[in-house]
Design a protein around this ligand. Sequence first.
Ligand code: CU
Length: 125
Amino acid sequence: MSIGQIISIIIGLILIGFILWWFFAPHKENTGEATVVDDEQTATIVVNGGYSPSTVVLKKGVPAQVNFDLKDSTACLSHVVFEQLGVNEDLTKQPITSVNIPTDKAGTYNFACGMDMFHGKVIVK
Ligand SMILES: [Cu+2]
Protein backbone atom coordinates (compact mmCIF):
# COMPACT_ATOMS: atom_id res chain seq x y z
CA MET A 1 0.00 0.00 0.00
CA SER A 2 1.30 3.43 -0.86
CA ILE A 3 1.47 6.22 1.64
CA GLY A 4 -1.27 8.00 -0.36
CA GLN A 5 -3.69 5.10 0.08
CA ILE A 6 -2.97 4.90 3.81
CA ILE A 7 -3.65 8.61 4.17
CA SER A 8 -6.94 8.29 2.22
CA ILE A 9 -8.07 5.45 4.46
CA ILE A 10 -7.23 7.42 7.61
CA ILE A 11 -9.08 10.50 6.35
CA GLY A 12 -12.05 8.32 5.41
CA LEU A 13 -12.19 6.78 8.88
CA ILE A 14 -11.98 10.21 10.54
CA LEU A 15 -14.87 11.44 8.37
CA ILE A 16 -17.01 8.41 9.19
CA GLY A 17 -16.29 8.86 12.89
CA PHE A 18 -17.22 12.52 12.70
CA ILE A 19 -20.50 11.79 10.88
CA LEU A 20 -21.45 9.13 13.44
CA TRP A 21 -20.66 11.50 16.29
CA TRP A 22 -22.64 14.34 14.68
CA PHE A 23 -25.80 12.30 14.26
CA PHE A 24 -25.72 9.91 17.17
CA ALA A 25 -23.74 11.39 20.05
CA PRO A 26 -25.99 12.62 22.84
CA HIS A 27 -25.85 16.38 22.51
CA LYS A 28 -26.28 18.00 25.87
CA GLU A 29 -29.73 19.29 26.67
CA ASN A 30 -30.09 22.72 28.10
CA THR A 31 -33.24 23.86 29.80
CA GLY A 32 -34.65 27.36 29.91
CA GLU A 33 -37.37 28.86 32.05
CA ALA A 34 -39.98 31.42 31.08
CA THR A 35 -40.11 34.97 32.40
CA VAL A 36 -43.48 35.88 33.89
CA VAL A 37 -44.61 39.50 33.42
CA ASP A 38 -48.18 40.68 34.12
CA ASP A 39 -49.63 37.17 34.18
CA GLU A 40 -48.07 36.25 30.87
CA GLN A 41 -44.98 34.18 30.40
CA THR A 42 -42.52 34.28 27.57
CA ALA A 43 -39.49 32.23 26.78
CA THR A 44 -37.03 32.79 23.98
CA ILE A 45 -35.31 30.07 22.04
CA VAL A 46 -32.37 31.08 19.86
CA VAL A 47 -32.28 29.12 16.63
CA ASN A 48 -28.70 28.83 15.50
CA GLY A 49 -27.37 25.44 14.44
CA GLY A 50 -30.01 23.94 16.74
CA TYR A 51 -32.25 25.20 19.51
CA SER A 52 -30.86 27.00 22.53
CA PRO A 53 -32.28 26.16 24.97
CA SER A 54 -33.76 23.04 23.48
CA THR A 55 -36.11 22.53 26.42
CA VAL A 56 -38.31 25.24 27.89
CA VAL A 57 -40.32 24.84 31.07
CA LEU A 58 -43.58 26.82 31.37
CA LYS A 59 -45.89 27.30 34.32
CA LYS A 60 -49.29 25.72 34.04
CA GLY A 61 -52.22 28.12 33.88
CA VAL A 62 -50.29 31.22 32.75
CA PRO A 63 -50.76 32.27 29.09
CA ALA A 64 -47.51 31.49 27.33
CA GLN A 65 -45.60 32.51 24.26
CA VAL A 66 -42.42 30.95 23.04
CA ASN A 67 -40.35 33.25 20.85
CA PHE A 68 -38.09 31.75 18.23
CA ASP A 69 -35.18 34.04 17.44
CA LEU A 70 -33.76 32.90 14.11
CA LYS A 71 -30.03 33.47 13.73
CA ASP A 72 -29.37 30.66 11.31
CA SER A 73 -29.54 31.02 7.55
CA THR A 74 -29.79 27.35 6.64
CA ALA A 75 -33.03 26.10 5.12
CA CYS A 76 -33.03 23.29 7.63
CA LEU A 77 -34.02 25.45 10.59
CA SER A 78 -36.19 27.93 8.70
CA HIS A 79 -39.40 26.30 9.89
CA VAL A 80 -40.49 25.20 13.31
CA VAL A 81 -43.14 22.52 13.63
CA PHE A 82 -45.25 21.69 16.68
CA GLU A 83 -47.02 18.64 15.37
CA GLN A 84 -49.32 18.24 18.40
CA LEU A 85 -50.48 21.88 18.07
CA GLY A 86 -50.80 21.89 14.29
CA VAL A 87 -48.23 24.70 14.14
CA ASN A 88 -45.81 25.08 11.24
CA GLU A 89 -44.21 28.52 11.27
CA ASP A 90 -41.84 30.06 8.77
CA LEU A 91 -39.18 31.71 10.93
CA THR A 92 -37.64 33.66 8.08
CA LYS A 93 -40.60 36.05 7.70
CA GLN A 94 -39.79 38.11 10.80
CA PRO A 95 -36.79 38.33 13.15
CA ILE A 96 -38.69 36.74 16.04
CA THR A 97 -41.62 34.37 15.69
CA SER A 98 -44.00 33.87 18.61
CA VAL A 99 -45.86 30.63 19.13
CA ASN A 100 -48.72 30.50 21.62
CA ILE A 101 -48.56 27.46 23.83
CA PRO A 102 -51.69 26.23 25.63
CA THR A 103 -50.98 25.98 29.36
CA ASP A 104 -54.39 24.88 30.63
CA LYS A 105 -53.02 21.43 31.39
CA ALA A 106 -49.64 19.94 32.13
CA GLY A 107 -47.90 18.23 29.28
CA THR A 108 -45.02 18.18 26.86
CA TYR A 109 -45.11 19.65 23.38
CA ASN A 110 -42.35 18.53 21.08
CA PHE A 111 -41.10 20.71 18.28
CA ALA A 112 -38.72 20.11 15.43
CA CYS A 113 -37.28 21.76 12.38
CA GLY A 114 -39.15 21.35 9.10
CA MET A 115 -37.18 18.22 8.28
CA ASP A 116 -37.51 16.68 11.73
CA MET A 117 -33.74 16.77 12.28
CA PHE A 118 -33.43 19.12 15.24
CA HIS A 119 -35.72 18.64 18.19
CA GLY A 120 -36.78 20.47 21.28
CA LYS A 121 -39.63 20.47 23.73
CA VAL A 122 -41.83 22.74 25.76
CA ILE A 123 -42.86 21.32 29.11
CA VAL A 124 -45.91 22.71 30.90
CA LYS A 125 -46.00 21.88 34.60
CU1 CU B 1 -33.93 20.40 9.42
